[in-house]
Design a protein around this ligand. Structure first.
Ligand SMILES: C[S@@+](CC[C@H](N)C(=O)[O-])C[C@H]1O[C@@H](n2cnc3c(N)ncnc32)[C@H](O)[C@@H]1O
Ligand SMILES: [Zn+2]
Length: 622
């Protein structure tokens, strides 16, 4: 009998009624679920878990490369290699036994350590690279899954990611911890050796384990806001915080005051609200990190399905922290024509080799919109620095493509990664047909000509549909519009957040001029003169837009016909209610009528072609 089968037998033997359970498999992990929705499980979150696994695999190889570079540098300097200096956790969890016995599991953890000293400046040797027993050896990764529920995620990390030494899975719900422990046993030796489950309040646990985990994963019900302060302290220098937020209504402007109270930023409604949500979350994490002289470096930030998820590295440096206001902006959004403008919180002035930090120049906009004459709403502050590290994204995509079979949500995550890593030649109308040859020649001629992915320095995006709705005109195709922007000398890219969104560094003046030129050839019906569209069209364009098709206007993914946006994964997909909550008729709109009749919501399998609430079309319209 195989290990899993034996484990299954033992679990079933110990369970009062084996028929109460069903086995759910995802990746290499299997969990036992009680039929009565007692412990949280949402099958559509497989995308979230797969993306996290891709980040972990890339982290392990990057960390090794960083470690080797650091060792080489030290050798060069003739320094002595440090002895093993990793601070071993002093609490019960280290007593986890290889045989999976429950020595520490299930106990409520009390604060075990006094708070550590003030954080110091980060050294080049980040803590996440501290060495193992052998000299020059790197320690296996320690991961904290702070809100673990059934433990599925923790089990997948432990079983599927080579290089992980330990996963600590916490939950403050007794039934969840019991389920997690059952699932650890059910998954055999590796799981028993590596995964530990504790009944604990994640906040207290993280506050009593400062800078101890290479990776901290937060996957809460709704908002992560109450966990952020402790989570940013629990990550080692150079480690990763992974964080989900599913309270999209709050983050997207449905309730601005609540968003401000949770995240310290005002959201704005608009087509870019999901990107704004990502950037509000990042700004909030940075603000918590700053309290401890720490700062974040985003690796990849995605909006998928019904949530946002960010992956950031955390470092300590009082001097680097001074740059934070340079990475934050307020957003002014015109209430008439949706034009938007960013206002950085700060700027720097260089004088005699020194840099001074100054408040940002203000105001970024006049009282009334210069295009349509209406007033502005102000949102933010948002994180306006890059939200992805392109090198990471490329490594992740390569890794994911090289092991498709090991990612159950391969189609979905490769689509997202492809969109983020797409690139185009900007500002060059290439008249030749052989793109590869031209690309090679240009790279040779111009050196490392920068090819842009989802434009890293453009925080928010335009919606072609919104521009046309304001002017009440027919829409140019995305390719035609992109060509006009490129031909006017600006960059433009897609965004993974919204199939019809376009990121560009062209100022709004140029965008409206291009649209005026479009309307010249595609006239609109007369509108009342006080309408924003009429005011915009009453002005003459100062440029002559060139709509000739630019090769660069087609993204790599589109050229290759790679699906960039996939339909929703299942009927009634979305956030699931808290575990154990009774499903009533009022939940029918969220979960479907079959859930009300006692059926678990995650059993509704058939894809629903009609509902494309967030994702919209499978490929962006051209
Ligand atoms: C959305 S579920 C986690 C799902 C899980 N990460 C997965 O991938 O399947 C959130 C879990 O957080 C737990 N939780 C809520 N507040 C907590 C706290 N303060 N400390 C520890 N766990 C908590 C809940 O009991 C619940 O099981
Ligand atoms: Zn306006």
């Amino acid at each position: 009998m195989g290990e899993a089968a034996m484990a299954q037998k033992s679990v079933k033997n110990s369970s009062s009624d084996p028929n109460d359970f069903k086995v759910i498999k995802e990746g290499e992990a299997e969990i036992l679920m009680l039929a009565n929705n007692e412990v949280f499980f949402n099958k559509t979150q497989v995308n979230n878990r797969d993306m996290s696994i891709a980040v972990l695999r890339t982290f392990i190889s990057k960390r090794t490369a960083e470690h080797e570079a650091m060792m080489a540098k030290k050798m060069k300097r003739g320094q002595r290699l440090p002895l093993d200096e990793r601070v071993e956790p002093a609490i019960e969890m280290e007593e986890a036994t290889a045989d999976g016995s429950e020595k520490s599991n299930g106990e409520c953890i009390e604060p075990a350590k006094p708070p550590q000293d003030e954080p110091t400046n980060v050294s080049e040797e980040s803590s996440t690279m501290r060495e193992g027993k052998g000299r020059g050896e790197i320690k296996p990764l320690r991961v904290l899954e702070a809100l673990a529920a059934s433990g599925l995620r923790a089990l997948r990390y432990a079983r599927e990611v080579e290089g992980i030494g330990q996963v600590v899975a916490l939950d403050n719900d007794k039934a969840s911890v019991e389920a997690c422990q059952r699932n650890i046993k059910f998954n055999g030796t590796i799981a028993c050796e590596k995964v530990q489950s504790h009944l604990a309040d994640a906040r207290i646990f993280m506050l009593t384990h400062l800078k101890e985990f290479d990776v901290v994963d937060l996957d809460p019900y709704g908002s992560p806001s109450v966990f952020l302060d402790s989570a940013v302290q629990s990550v080692v220098d150079g480690g990763i915080l992974m964080c989900t937020a599913t309270d999209m209504a709050v983050l997207c402007g449905g309730n601005g005051e609540v968003c401000y109270s949770k995240y310290g930023s005002y959201p704005l409604r608009g087509k870019y609200c999901h990107e704004m949500a990502l950037r509000i979350l990042l700004a909030s994490i940075e603000s918590h990190a700053n309290r401890y002289k720490r700062y974040i470096v985003p690796i990849i930030s995605v909006q998928m399905d019904f949530y946002v998820r960010v992956f950031v590295r955390i470092y300590t440096s009082a001097s680097e922290m001074k740059n934070t206001p340079l990475k934050l902006s307020y957003v002014y959004q015109c209430i008439g024509c949706d034009s938007f403008h960013l206002q950085a919180l700060a700027r720097t002035v260089s004088k005699n080799n020194s840099i001074r930090y100054m408040p940002g120049f203000a105001p970024a906009v006049p009282q009334e919109c210069s295009h349509c004459g209406k007033k502005f709403n102000m949102g933010g502050p948002i994180w306006s620095a890059p939200i992805h590290d392109q090198e990471w994204v490329s490594s992740m995509l390569a890794d994911v493509n090289s092991m498709k079979d090991r990612y159950p949500a391969y189609d979905r995550i490769s689509a997202v990664l492809t969109t983020i890593s797409e690139y185009r030649l900007f500002g060059i109308v290439v008249m030749f047909s052989c793109y590869a040859a031209i690309h090679g020649a240009i790279t040779l001629l111009c050196g490392p000509l920068k090819l842009d992915a989802e434009l890293p320095d453009v925080p928010l995006f335009l919606s072609l549909h919104n521009l046309c709705a304001t002017l009440k005109c027919t829409s140019p195709s995305a390719v035609i519009f992109r060509s006009a922007v490129i031909n006017a000398g600006y960059r433009i890219s897609v965004t993974h957040v919204y199939p019809l969104g376009l990121k560009s560094d062209a100022p709004m003046d140029v965008i409206w001029d291009i649209m005026r030129c479009w309307v010249e050839n595609h006239p609109v019906k007369a509108q009342p003169s006080d309408q924003p569209g009429s005011v915009i069209l009453a002005k003459k364009s100062t440029l002559k837009a060139n709509f000739a098709r630019a090769v660069a206007s087609l993204s790599k993914g589109q050229a290759k016909k790679v699906a960039r946006f996939l339909p929703n994964p299942e009927r009634h997909w979305g956030p699931k209610p808290r575990a154990g909550r009774q499903i009533k008729s009022k939940h029918a709109s969220l979960l479907g009528p079959q859930a009300v009749n006692g059926c678990n919501s995650h059993e509704a399998d058939e894809p629903d072609a009609k509902r494309h609430k967030v994702d919209e079309p499978a490929t962006a319209s051209e």
